[in-house]
Write a protein that binds this ligand. Structure first.
Ligand SMILES: [Mg+2]
Length: 250
């Protein structure tokens, strides 16, 4: 046996193990909890999140509150980071409420030009058709999620189970709050659910809720932080998930 053959056999065995792990995750899931931005669509495809973050920073600056954020928080270019930071310093204030509403308006605008993730729509429909129940567990505002789902005709696959950002930014993932709300409302044990997410915060929230996790990472840049956080089952496309749902439940 050549070393080349051994290598090929090892890769084949690893692939089979991964396929089996994926199949098990999928067949055990009665309820599927989806992160929104990433696994379902690229929300900020036409309206970059960096611009939304900069707009929030400029709005604070216009109110003479530039110093509320650290340089690192400003440079993160992430609107959720800005919101969380404001909340840490001014819990439940009108300022946090207004920043949250600004972010929601930006997400609603972004939803119009969001780009669907490849195979997400057929996977959502197929999973629903085979009898699984679906929910959205996201850090985005439910209004933006529903606006997007309406535009794709998939709202009925999830409604009424859309759990997103509330007026309490400290409950955003990695806090498991939105997952727990979904599990409670759907009467589902954590072990009978599956979370699909694309960020370490999704993995941490799922782990805290006791929910098995499937990572979606379309490239190595997205995969590494998930693996570093401890995620063990990753896919770089939703196609193998779709194929597994089709064959596994037929
Ligand atoms: Mg995401």
């Amino acid at each position: 046996m050549t070393s080349e053959t051994t290598q090929t056999e090892r890769v084949t065995a690893e692939t089979e193990n991964e396929n089996e792990r994926l199949r098990q995750l999928i067949t055990r899931a009665r309820v599927v909890l989806w992160d929104f931005d990433g696994p379902i669509c690229n929300l900020f495809a036409g309206h970059p999140a960096e611009q939304v973050a900069n707009d929030l920073v400029d709005w604070l600056g216009g109110r003479g509150l530039h110093g509320l954020l650290t340089d690192a928080e400003r440079q993160a270019l992430d609107p959720q980071t800005v919101l969380r930071a404001l909340h840490r310093r001014h819990r439940h204030s009108d300022l946090v409420a207004e920043a949250g509403e600004r972010l929601t308006q930006a997400e609603l605008k972004a939803a119009v030009s969001a780009r669907p993730t490849a195979y997400a729509d057929p996977l959502i429909r197929t999973w629903t058709a085979v009898g699984s129940r679906l929910a959205i567990t996201t850090n985005n505002h439910p209004r933006a999620v529903v606006a997007y789902l309406d535009s794709r005709g998939t709202t009925s696959c999830f409604a009424p189970h859309v759990y997103g950002r509330t007026e309490d930014p400290h409950l955003l993932k990695p806090d498991p709050d939105c997952l727990n709300r979904a599990l409670n409302a759907m009467g589902c044990e954590p072990s009978a659910a599956l979370m699909i997410g694309d960020a370490p915060t999704d993995f941490v929230a799922a782990a805290q809720a006791g929910v098995p996790f499937l990572g979606y990472a379309r490239n190595e840049r997205k995969a590494k932080p998930l693996r570093d956080a401890g995620a063990q089952c990753l896919v770089d496309s939703l196609l193998p998930v779709l194929e597994s749902v089709r064959t596994g439940r037929s």
